[in-house]
Write a protein that binds this ligand. Structure first.
Ligand code: SF4
Ligand code: SF4
Length: 184
């Protein structure tokens, strides 16, 4: 299944209606998940990898620096033969919220596929070089956010490239015996 602009627009609409918690969790941590790769903490660890089809949203945006990497430059599944697009936010934590990437909208939940091919959303703080208080303190997320995020990733997994990427990350997580918490 190809991810179309129409699909992305609908996902944005659905995810706009929900949020992880009913308060501004950025106040807990100084919006660390947005500013970690800013000038204050310069590094390239946290460029945001886009899903196939998302890149068209950022071609003319001043809030995001769009880059493309060839498959030979990144450790991605072979099916991503056309490479991967990334964005770096130019003025975090401010951004054009209406086009922020799906990975931002579903954070801090991560899709995971178990060995027996079951799909879950998990907390895994080993993925990030900073501590997200929602994960660290195991804060309960809003049910509607968890549900919409689950539906979104379940749909996205119908795309072969997304599936291969989530599967690759999941196998790494399990092979390295990384502890994660299943949320749904
Ligand atoms: S999602 Fe986590 S890291 Fe990001 S602003 Fe909220 S509490 Fe902070
Ligand atoms: S796109 Fe927006 S929400 Fe996502 S990391 Fe950048 S500044 Fe934060």
């Amino acid at each position: 299944m190809e991810i179309t602009e129409e699909n992305i627009r609908k996902i944005h609409e659905k995810l706009n209606e929900v949020s992880p918690v009913d308060y501004d969790c950025g106040k807990l941590c100084g919006e660390i998940c947005c500013v970690y790769d800013s000038e204050e903490f310069p590094n390239d660890d946290l460029i945001i990898y886009l899903l196939p089809g998302e890149e068209t949203l950022y071609e003319n945006s001043k809030s995001f620096e769009l880059k493309h990497f060839k498959i030979s430059e990144i450790k991605y599944p072979h099916s991503w033969k056309d490479g991967v697009y990334t964005v770096k936010c130019t003025n975090p934590p401010n951004c054009e919220r209406e086009i922020r990437p799906i990975q931002c909208r579903t954070f801090p939940l991560i899709p995971h596929i178990t060995k027996d091919r079951r799909f879950h959303l998990i907390f895994d703080d080993s993925q990030y070089p900073y501590r997200c208080p929602l994960i660290k303190d195991n804060i309960k997320l809003n049910d509607d956010f968890v549900k919409e995020t689950y539906k979104t990733w379940r749909f996205l997994l119908k795309n072969r490239l997304v599936y291969d990427l989530v599967d690759m990350d999941s196998r790494k997580r399990e092979n390295r015996k990384i502890k994660y918490k299943k949320i749904i």
